[in-house]
Design a protein around this ligand. Structure first.
Ligand code: GAR
Length: 215
Protein backbone atom coordinates (compact mmCIF):
# COMPACT_ATOMS: atom_id res chain seq x y z
CA UNK A 1 0.00 0.00 0.00
CA UNK A 2 1.50 3.31 -1.14
CA UNK A 3 1.18 5.88 1.63
CA UNK A 4 0.72 9.36 0.23
CA UNK A 5 1.02 12.90 1.58
CA UNK A 6 -0.72 15.53 -0.55
CA UNK A 7 0.60 19.09 -0.16
CA UNK A 8 -1.79 21.87 -1.15
CA UNK A 9 -2.29 25.64 -0.94
CA UNK A 10 -5.68 26.37 -2.47
CA UNK A 11 -8.89 24.91 -3.78
CA UNK A 12 -7.70 21.33 -3.95
CA UNK A 13 -9.43 20.17 -7.14
CA UNK A 14 -6.43 17.96 -7.91
CA UNK A 15 -6.60 16.54 -4.39
CA UNK A 16 -10.29 15.83 -5.06
CA UNK A 17 -9.42 14.03 -8.30
CA UNK A 18 -7.04 11.78 -6.37
CA UNK A 19 -9.58 11.13 -3.59
CA UNK A 20 -12.22 10.26 -6.22
CA UNK A 21 -9.88 8.00 -8.20
CA UNK A 22 -8.94 6.04 -5.07
CA UNK A 23 -12.65 5.68 -4.21
CA UNK A 24 -13.46 4.57 -7.77
CA UNK A 25 -10.58 2.07 -7.85
CA UNK A 26 -8.80 3.72 -10.78
CA UNK A 27 -5.91 4.33 -8.40
CA UNK A 28 -5.10 1.07 -6.63
CA UNK A 29 -2.77 0.14 -3.74
CA UNK A 30 -2.81 3.70 -2.40
CA UNK A 31 -3.99 5.62 0.64
CA UNK A 32 -3.76 9.34 1.44
CA UNK A 33 -2.21 9.44 4.92
CA UNK A 34 -2.26 13.21 5.32
CA UNK A 35 -3.08 16.47 3.54
CA UNK A 36 -0.79 19.37 4.46
CA UNK A 37 -1.51 22.98 3.55
CA UNK A 38 0.60 26.08 4.11
CA UNK A 39 -2.64 28.06 4.11
CA UNK A 40 -5.11 27.41 6.92
CA UNK A 41 -8.00 28.74 4.81
CA UNK A 42 -7.35 26.45 1.85
CA UNK A 43 -10.57 24.73 0.75
CA UNK A 44 -8.41 21.66 0.15
CA UNK A 45 -8.30 21.17 3.95
CA UNK A 46 -12.10 21.13 3.96
CA UNK A 47 -12.08 18.47 1.25
CA UNK A 48 -9.72 16.36 3.38
CA UNK A 49 -12.00 16.79 6.40
CA UNK A 50 -15.09 15.82 4.39
CA UNK A 51 -13.35 12.62 3.36
CA UNK A 52 -12.03 11.70 6.80
CA UNK A 53 -8.40 12.27 5.83
CA UNK A 54 -5.96 13.59 8.47
CA UNK A 55 -5.04 17.17 7.60
CA UNK A 56 -3.00 19.99 9.03
CA UNK A 57 -1.64 23.43 8.29
CA UNK A 58 2.12 23.96 8.37
CA UNK A 59 2.91 27.52 7.34
CA UNK A 60 6.24 29.35 7.12
CA UNK A 61 4.42 32.19 8.91
CA UNK A 62 4.12 30.10 12.06
CA UNK A 63 7.86 29.62 12.53
CA UNK A 64 10.71 31.93 13.55
CA UNK A 65 12.60 31.29 10.30
CA UNK A 66 12.53 29.27 7.12
CA UNK A 67 14.92 26.61 8.47
CA UNK A 68 12.49 25.82 11.25
CA UNK A 69 9.57 25.56 8.79
CA UNK A 70 11.66 23.26 6.59
CA UNK A 71 12.50 21.06 9.57
CA UNK A 72 8.89 20.87 10.73
CA UNK A 73 7.57 19.97 7.27
CA UNK A 74 10.10 17.15 6.98
CA UNK A 75 9.30 15.94 10.50
CA UNK A 76 5.58 15.90 9.67
CA UNK A 77 6.08 13.88 6.48
CA UNK A 78 8.35 11.43 8.29
CA UNK A 79 5.85 11.06 11.13
CA UNK A 80 3.28 9.68 8.68
CA UNK A 81 5.85 7.30 7.10
CA UNK A 82 4.81 8.39 3.63
CA UNK A 83 6.14 6.70 0.50
CA UNK A 84 5.11 9.43 -1.93
CA UNK A 85 4.75 13.20 -1.61
CA UNK A 86 2.29 14.72 -4.10
CA UNK A 87 2.49 18.47 -4.71
CA UNK A 88 -1.02 19.39 -5.85
CA UNK A 89 -0.97 23.17 -6.20
CA UNK A 90 1.52 23.64 -3.32
CA UNK A 91 2.83 27.17 -3.78
CA UNK A 92 5.73 27.07 -1.34
CA UNK A 93 9.34 26.36 -2.28
CA UNK A 94 10.02 22.78 -1.29
CA UNK A 95 12.71 22.59 1.39
CA UNK A 96 15.99 21.07 0.13
CA UNK A 97 15.88 18.59 3.02
CA UNK A 98 12.47 17.33 1.81
CA UNK A 99 13.73 17.05 -1.80
CA UNK A 100 16.75 15.05 -0.61
CA UNK A 101 14.78 12.78 1.74
CA UNK A 102 12.06 12.09 -0.85
CA UNK A 103 14.15 11.98 -4.04
CA UNK A 104 12.26 10.18 -6.80
CA UNK A 105 9.37 9.96 -4.33
CA UNK A 106 7.97 13.48 -4.81
CA UNK A 107 5.80 14.43 -7.78
CA UNK A 108 4.31 17.75 -8.88
CA UNK A 109 1.44 18.64 -11.20
CA UNK A 110 2.21 21.66 -13.38
CA UNK A 111 -0.38 23.29 -15.68
CA UNK A 112 1.67 23.47 -18.89
CA UNK A 113 3.65 21.23 -21.19
CA UNK A 114 7.10 21.49 -19.56
CA UNK A 115 9.56 22.96 -20.66
CA UNK A 116 7.11 25.66 -21.78
CA UNK A 117 5.72 28.15 -19.26
CA UNK A 118 7.47 26.73 -16.22
CA UNK A 119 10.12 27.77 -13.72
CA UNK A 120 10.18 30.71 -11.33
CA UNK A 121 7.04 32.86 -11.49
CA UNK A 122 5.02 30.36 -13.49
CA UNK A 123 2.33 29.03 -11.16
CA UNK A 124 -1.45 28.95 -11.20
CA UNK A 125 -3.11 31.49 -13.46
CA UNK A 126 0.26 33.05 -14.47
CA UNK A 127 1.02 29.93 -16.51
CA UNK A 128 -2.14 30.37 -18.59
CA UNK A 129 -1.60 34.13 -18.96
CA UNK A 130 1.85 33.31 -20.36
CA UNK A 131 0.45 30.78 -22.80
CA UNK A 132 -2.21 33.22 -24.07
CA UNK A 133 0.32 36.06 -24.32
CA UNK A 134 2.61 33.89 -26.45
CA UNK A 135 -0.31 32.72 -28.55
CA UNK A 136 0.37 29.00 -28.37
CA UNK A 137 -2.29 26.77 -29.92
CA UNK A 138 -1.61 23.80 -27.69
CA UNK A 139 -0.89 23.75 -23.97
CA UNK A 140 -1.53 21.07 -21.36
CA UNK A 141 -0.25 19.67 -18.09
CA UNK A 142 2.76 17.74 -16.83
CA UNK A 143 3.39 15.44 -13.89
CA UNK A 144 7.07 15.33 -13.04
CA UNK A 145 9.36 14.18 -10.26
CA UNK A 146 10.69 17.01 -8.15
CA UNK A 147 14.41 17.74 -8.08
CA UNK A 148 16.46 20.69 -6.80
CA UNK A 149 15.36 22.99 -9.65
CA UNK A 150 11.97 24.59 -10.35
CA UNK A 151 9.95 22.28 -12.65
CA UNK A 152 13.17 20.62 -13.89
CA UNK A 153 12.75 17.03 -12.66
CA UNK A 154 12.12 13.92 -14.78
CA UNK A 155 8.83 14.11 -16.69
CA UNK A 156 6.39 11.32 -15.88
CA UNK A 157 3.20 12.12 -17.82
CA UNK A 158 2.00 14.91 -20.10
CA UNK A 159 -1.32 15.63 -21.77
CA UNK A 160 -2.02 18.25 -24.44
CA UNK A 161 -5.01 20.60 -24.43
CA UNK A 162 -6.16 22.84 -27.27
CA UNK A 163 -6.18 26.61 -26.76
CA UNK A 164 -9.33 28.31 -28.11
CA UNK A 165 -9.41 31.75 -29.68
CA UNK A 166 -11.74 33.21 -27.09
CA UNK A 167 -9.95 31.69 -24.08
CA UNK A 168 -9.31 33.78 -20.99
CA UNK A 169 -6.69 32.67 -18.46
CA UNK A 170 -9.56 31.41 -16.31
CA UNK A 171 -11.30 29.41 -19.05
CA UNK A 172 -7.98 27.90 -20.15
CA UNK A 173 -7.06 27.01 -16.58
CA UNK A 174 -10.38 25.22 -16.12
CA UNK A 175 -10.04 23.25 -19.38
CA UNK A 176 -6.44 22.25 -18.62
CA UNK A 177 -7.60 20.99 -15.24
CA UNK A 178 -10.59 19.06 -16.61
CA UNK A 179 -8.93 17.59 -19.68
CA UNK A 180 -5.41 17.04 -18.36
CA UNK A 181 -4.55 17.61 -14.69
CA UNK A 182 -7.38 15.63 -13.10
CA UNK A 183 -6.53 12.70 -15.39
CA UNK A 184 -2.74 12.51 -15.39
CA UNK A 185 -2.20 13.13 -11.67
CA UNK A 186 -4.30 10.10 -10.62
CA UNK A 187 -2.76 8.06 -13.46
CA UNK A 188 0.77 8.92 -12.30
CA UNK A 189 -0.03 7.85 -8.73
CA UNK A 190 -1.54 4.60 -9.97
CA UNK A 191 1.57 3.82 -12.03
CA UNK A 192 3.89 4.53 -9.09
CA UNK A 193 1.72 2.57 -6.66
CA UNK A 194 1.92 -0.44 -8.91
CA UNK A 195 5.70 -0.36 -9.31
CA UNK A 196 5.55 0.67 -12.97
CA UNK A 197 7.83 3.72 -12.86
CA UNK A 198 11.61 3.95 -12.75
CA UNK A 199 13.86 7.00 -13.00
CA UNK A 200 17.08 6.58 -14.94
CA UNK A 201 19.48 9.24 -16.23
CA UNK A 202 16.98 12.05 -15.63
CA UNK A 203 14.18 10.33 -17.55
CA UNK A 204 11.33 8.13 -16.49
CA UNK A 205 10.73 4.61 -17.68
CA UNK A 206 7.14 3.39 -17.52
CA UNK A 207 6.52 -0.33 -17.43
CA UNK A 208 3.85 -1.33 -19.92
CA UNK A 209 2.44 -4.82 -20.51
CA UNK A 210 5.37 -5.48 -22.80
CA UNK A 211 8.19 -4.03 -20.71
CA UNK A 212 9.75 -0.64 -20.11
CA UNK A 213 9.06 2.29 -22.44
CA UNK A 214 11.11 5.48 -22.28
CA UNK A 215 8.91 8.53 -22.54
C1 GAR B 1 -3.35 23.60 -10.48
O1 GAR B 1 -3.70 24.13 -11.72
C2 GAR B 1 -1.90 23.16 -10.47
O2 GAR B 1 -1.49 22.63 -11.70
C3 GAR B 1 -1.22 24.47 -10.20
O3 GAR B 1 -2.01 25.07 -9.20
C4 GAR B 1 -3.38 24.67 -9.40
C5 GAR B 1 -3.94 24.16 -8.09
O4 GAR B 1 -5.33 23.93 -8.20
N1 GAR B 1 0.14 24.26 -9.77
C6 GAR B 1 1.15 25.06 -10.15
O5 GAR B 1 1.00 26.04 -10.84
C7 GAR B 1 2.51 24.63 -9.65
N2 GAR B 1 3.56 25.33 -10.34
P1 GAR B 1 -6.10 23.00 -7.18
O6 GAR B 1 -5.78 23.51 -5.76
O7 GAR B 1 -7.54 23.19 -7.51
O8 GAR B 1 -5.65 21.57 -7.35
Amino acid sequence: MLKIAVLVSGGGTNLQAVIDAIAAGTITNSRIEVVISNNKNAYALERAAQNGIPHRCISPKDFADRDEFNRQLLLALNSYSVDLVVLAGFLVVIPPEVIAAYKNRTINIHPSLIPSFCGTGYYGLNVHKGALLRGVKITGATVHFVDEGTDTGPILLQKAVEVKEDDTPESLQRRVMEEAEWKILPEAIHLIANGRVEVENGKTLIRSEKGMDTI
